[in-house]
Write a protein that binds this ligand. Structure first.
Ligand code: AMP
Length: 557
């Protein structure tokens, strides 16, 4: 299939805002896609190249991209930047620059979807010395054989900003429609396979029964189940009756996959972090008494002297460590508290009620006190006991308490009312920085004010909810500037537009309705709490969640 066919679908999607029409366009297109391309095209439709579980990542920022464009179009990089700023959109600017170039070159070859994918793979696989140059060269080759309209979507894909208004929900509905299977079957299969390509191909080939048979694979991470903020301990108990209370450990989530002696550990972002965590891997290999299992828990760094959990940054430092890992293991020792099991000896466990899963987990883990154990738990229907449990957890320096529905299945990637968290501080939001403003006076030379955006669940678009600037320390200014500079796409009316990449946790005093921001909401007195390197922009909080918090806040008043 020619890439231009996919581009015409992108164009059709961009031309309508109707969800129904978009679903129909995608469904019809998927029906026409040959089976061997069904592995890659669904992801490309939502602007992603590789499935979430994959280790592959393009790793191309605006800087590299502009060099490639400069090379292909024979224009200096500075001029490329000027054109992008003038157009106010990287895709459009590249389309225009390529159009001028095409007039000069005579031949044009038809670019195939498969070729585009292979080139992206080559870019992702380029590592080590000289890899930047190789990435630029491959990208330049690709753009050289692209038509102007193809170029527009190629660069948008590279920057992770396709902007055709198709998010996962819509893609899921379209797959169901295309191959005449139920939405719930597609949804469940996606939870397990974590790969729209596999789901689409199976739906086409084997229909609903095929989807039901998709197996979890040890070594392929599953999206984590997430918690909802408890409106209050009382309300949750009214809803659930008896429930499991657990300590909410303040660490980083780990998904541990074990087959035989081999253990792999994945972060919340589904990155393979095994090599940074040999201590946890070793303990898991010894303590998990099963041939094959996937379990989940929280890795916490406890200060050996104070017995209190350490700062989150310390934990992330360990997760990202590539060299001298052993030294780091000694410096920041981890304790692991397991709280769930997803797979055991060939059996998918996610449909079982939590109570059963916890039972199964207990059976296969030989606990090692203070090193590798199950999360502390109390099953009760007594609200008073819950308050006591919560106070004790806080007094010991933990983040809070989880209240879990004993009957709930494991639902990855969704914040359903099955698992609640109770924390003392007001709920923060994890938002994507999509823009920034250069400082003036003492802050000249620093990117000192940041545009915060939440994701629209329906369209995948990032919509502004506010700006944060005050209260940023000098140290943070330096860190943010350093982290954001490579993400600069262009400058427009004094505002620097950034490739969406960095996620920050933001505290605020209140959420207000606002006609000034695209999201319809504005944060009052926002303040950056920390950078969330453990979250990708796709995992940032959604506009829908902002609305939910806004409504909750009104109820409380
Ligand atoms: P939050 O990130 O604030 O939405 O809270 C959910 C996170 O709390 C999970 O992703 C886990 O990483 C963490 N967590 C800590 N302790 C537990 C526990 N006992 N059960 C489930 N999640 C926990």
């Amino acid at each position: 299939m020619e890439y231009s066919r996919l581009v015409s679908v992108y164009e059709a999607l961009e031309a309508t805002t109707s969800k129904l029409e978009k679903t129909e366009i995608v469904a019809e297109f998927l029906r026409e896609v040959p089976e061997e391309l069904l592995e890659i095209i669904p992801s490309l439709l939502i602007g992603k190249v590789f499935p979430e579980w994959s280790d592959l990542e393009l790793g191309v920022g605006p800087g590299l991209l502009y060099e490639a464009v400069s090379f292909v179009c024979g224009i200096p990089v500075a001029e490329v930047k000027r054109q992008v700023a003038r157009a106010g959109d990287v895709g459009q600017a590249v389309e225009q620059m390529l159009a001028k170039k095409v007039q000069l070159t005579l031949f044009s070859r038809k670019l195939l979807v498969r070729e585009v994918y292979e080139a992206f793979k080559k870019i992702a696989l380029a590592t080590g010395s000289g890899s930047q140059d190789r990435k630029i060269r491959t990208l330049a080759d690709l753009l050289a054989s692209a038509s102007p309209r193809e170029g527009k979507y190629l660069v948008r894909t590279v920057l992770g900003e396709l902007r055709v208004g198709v998010a996962e929900g819509l893609l899921r509905d379209a797959i169901a429609r295309a191959f005449n299977v139920s939405v719930s079957a597609v949804e469940r299969a996606y939870m397990i396979a974590n790969d729209f390509g596999v789901v689409a191909r199976t739906a086409k080939r084997d229909g609903e029964s095929g989807l039901a048979e998709i197996k979890m694979q040890v070594g392929r991470p599953i999206r984590p189940m997430l918690a909802q903020l408890a409106p209050s301990i009382e309300k949750v108990f009214e809803e659930l009756g008896r429930a499991a209370l657990e300590i909410k450990y303040d660490g980083a989530r780990v998904q541990i996959h074990k087959r035989g002696d081999e253990v792999r550990i994945f972060s919340r972002r589904l990155e393979n972090v095994t090599s940074a965590l040999p201590d946890i891997a070793g303990r898991a290999a010894r303590a998990i008494k099963a041939e094959e299992a996937i379990v989940e828990g929280e890795a916490v760094a406890i200060d050996p002297e104070t017995r209190r959990p350490r700062a989150f940054q310390d934990i992330l430092r360990r997760f990202r460590r590539k060299y001298n890992v052993e030294e780091m293991v000694r410096e920041i020792p981890f304790e692991t508290y397991l709280f769930d099991i997803l797979y055991l000896e060939g059996e998918v466990m996610i449909d079982l009620p939590f109570e059963k899963r916890r039972g199964a987990l207990k059976k296969i883990v030989e606990e090692e006190r203070g090193k590798f154990e199950l999360a502390e738990q109390l099953i009760t229907g007594d609200v008073r006991q819950a308050h006591e449990f919560y106070s004790r957890a806080l007094a010991r320096g933990h983040e809070g308490m989880m209240i879990k529905n004993l009957r709930a299945p494991y639902i990855p990637g969704a914040r359903v009312g099955y698992m609640y968290k109770v924390k003392p501080v007001m709920e923060t939001l994890d938002l994507v920085i999509t823009g920034a403003i250069w400082g003036t006076g003492k802050r000249a030379g620093w990117l000192s004010s940041y545009i915060l955006a939440a994701r629209d669940e329906d369209t995948g678009e990032l919509l502004e909810v506010g700006r944060v600037g005050t209260g940023v320390t000098e140290e943070q200014l330096a860190e943010f500037t350093e982290r954001l500079k490579p993400l600069i796409e262009f400058e427009e009316a004094g505002v620097v537009r950034l490739k969406p990449s960095l996620v920050v946790e933001v505290a605020y005093q209140e959420i207000q309705r606002s006609p000034n921001y695209a999201s319809g909401f504005a944060l009052r007195f926002p303040r950056v709490v920390r950078i969330r390197d453990d979250k990708s922009p796709e995992e940032a909080d959604t506009v829908q969640r902002v609305r939910q918090l806004y409504e909750m806040q009104r109820q409380v008043r």
